[in-house]
Design a protein around this ligand. Structure first.
Ligand SMILES: *Cc1c(COP(=O)(O)O)cnc(C)c1O
Length: 380
């Protein structure tokens, strides 16, 4: 039997819950007894807390991160056939909603060291039909958003930040000030899926904007296109964060900075232990963003990756491949992808990335055990 010290999980939701159990249990029971299950005061309160945390004008909570992206795009009034630039190396949701809305996903390559979309890749992909860019702050650090937003504004393009993996990160502006991730694009979207950096105990999401008019439109779309009860001025959707999840998230938001710091501490441990190993590459940081490590992702030689994963599993160490297949090779996108379409960096990353366990409850003992076995694999 494995000892508790080496019972390692990719994401340890249970231990984190136990550390705040009393507060959570009380908030959940109170919300249930209040019977204000939908759009209750808990949701308003959490919305205001997100406004304050991000220092942004409008936050619209919704049912999940995918809905957040869909609603944000719906608010822009794009026409079928308009092109939307997205990275090819991301979670499917980012591009899926583009196709769903009759728009054309134009996939571009990413930086080989930070895995993030770059301004130069975007510039090369722009055509007269381009209307929107959806950069993804992947794995916990921001894209070069200030440059991308400047370029977008000069070319009449919208920017929707997919911030599902990087809530809590800081973006350092060229004037020396810093702002929160998710406040730089025209709109930004996040997810409260349980394993995200700010996760609830079910599904949840939110949409952020500084533009009050856009914010009002987004709020309407998320609520059946309704301006006033039973008056519907446009086609919308039904996408709500429920009160129980909001109550949980209020407690977890108070801990978000601490959670980010714990992830950074775990990442620093890995990097210190692994950086000298020549066979692998530890995560690289952007100069314009800190890293909140939604994932701690190594690059290893493609030929070794499978064996490394098997070896780690034998030692009781889980690992994950984010992401194994470029979006343009997924059947879902075939109607938008020409034969032989190929992005070299995305292609290479899908073969060589491997993410190690990353969460707020990793002990030094566990980190030492994981690092030791990664090194041992490459010494063989
Ligand atoms: C998780 C995630 C989403 C979708 O969020 P859900 O709440 O699962 O719908 C979108 N984009 C990225 C990059 C994500 O990681």
């Amino acid at each position: 039997m494995r000892s508790i010290d080496t019972d390692i999980q990719m994401v340890d939701l249970k231990s984190q819950y136990l550390s705040i159990k009393d507060q959570i249990d009380q908030a959940v029971i109170e919300t249930i007894s209040s019977t204000a299950y939908i759009n209750g005061p808990r949701v308003k309160q959490f919305e205001q807390e997100l406004v304050d945390y991000h220092n942004i004008n409008c936050v619209i909570p919704c049912a999940n991160g995918t809905d957040a992206l869909q609603i944000a795009i719906m608010a822009l009034d794009l026409k079928p056939g308009d092109e939307v630039i997205v990275p090819a190396f991301t979670y499917v949701a980012t591009a899926e909603v583009i196709g769903l809305l009759g728009l054309i996903p134009v996939m571009v390559d990413v930086d080989p060291d930070t895995f993030n979309i770059t301004l130069s890749a975007i510039q090369k992909a722009v055509t007269p039909k381009t209307k929107l860019i959806v950069p993804v702050n992947l794995f916990g650090q921001c894209v070069d958003l200030e440059s991308i937003v400047t370029f977008a504004k000069a070319n009449n393009l919208y920017v929707i930040e997919d911030n599902a993996q990087s809530i809590g990160a800081d973006f350092y502006k060229k004037d020396g000030t810093s702002v929160k991730s998710g406040t730089i694009g025209h709109i930004s979207c996040t997810s409260f899926y349980p394993s995200k950096n700010l996760g609830c105990y079910g599904d949840g999401g939110a949409i952020f904007t500084n533009d009050e008019a856009l914010g009002a439109r987004i709020r309407m779309i998320a609520n059946h296109g309704q301006s006033k009860r039973y008056y519907h001025s446009m086609i919308g959707v039904n996408s709500r964060l429920d009160s129980i999840q909001a109550a949980i998230l209020s407690i977890k938001l108070k801990n978000l900075d601490k959670y980010c710091a714990l992830r950074q501490k775990a990442a620093a441990y890995y990097t210190e232990a692994l950086a000298s190993c020549k066979e692998l590459q530890v995560p690289k940081s952007e100069s314009w963003s800190n890293h909140v490590y939604h994932q701690y992702t190594l690059k290893v030689p493609p030929k070794t990756r499978n064996n490394l994963q098997v070896y780690l599993k034998e030692q009781g160490i889980p690992s994950m491949i984010y992401y194994p297949v470029p979006l343009y090779k997924q059947g879902a996108f075939k109607e938008w992808v020409t034969d032989g379409f190929f992005l070299p960096v995305t292609e290479q990353l899908c073969e060589c990335v491997i993410s190690l366990p990353m969460h707020t409850e990793l002990t030094d003992q566990q980190l030492a055990y994981i690092s030791k076995h990664v090194l041992k694999f490459f010494e063989k």
